[in-house]
Design a protein around this ligand. Sequence first.
Ligand code: SAH
Length: 213
Amino acid sequence: MKDTFKHKGMRNKLAQVLIEKGITDKTVLDAVRAVPRHMFMDSSFEGHAYQDKAFPIAANQTISQPYTVAFQTELLDLKPNQTVLEIGTGSGYQTAVLLKCKAKVYTIERQLELFKKTSLFFKKMGYRPKKFIFGDGYKGLPENAPYDGIIVTAGAPEVPRALLSQLKVGGRLVIPVGIEDQIMTVYTRSSEKEFEKTEYGPFRFVPLLEDKN
Ligand code: SAH
């Protein structure tokens, strides 16, 4: 699959749609203009890649809607070279957007099929997260904590405590919380022991699953 001028033109239009929906962060919009979303998807969806919609990927999962990716990235409010832990790598599109925003990214996926597929894809495309881990993101990734930002791209029935504990003071956890629908929620660590919680609108994600063992 190639990236053509036609695809670039469609990405510019997509960025315009995101601006109309309220995205303002220039770094995020530039990342949407840069990352070839069609290459993260099955070729049968190529013609639809720049619609603001979620699509199926392998293992019954979905590539998030561009608006959702842009909104969550904007909520992380990253400065260049900050560290981000992403739970739910999926297609890797959100990962690539974070990398374009100059984040150092640690990302975790629990579906083996997707992990293998996306690992190969990252190599082929030259995307270099700091770590790409196969496992359960519910527990976070303590060995590289604390993080400036943590982003969860699956619907969490409740907020995993491990993730809160792996934030730097001043860092933010961006997480959709709920079972059927999710409320996008940001927890900012205001001190070692205190968190501020802000809620945004409703979204719909595939579920964040915990590996109980
Ligand atoms: N950011 C991805 C979203 C994929 S959907 C994209 O835009 O492509 C959410 C992903 O979270 C799925 O791939 C699912 O397998 C993964 N997931 C669910 N629970 C998880 C967990 N506990 N740890 C890591 N990944 C998880």
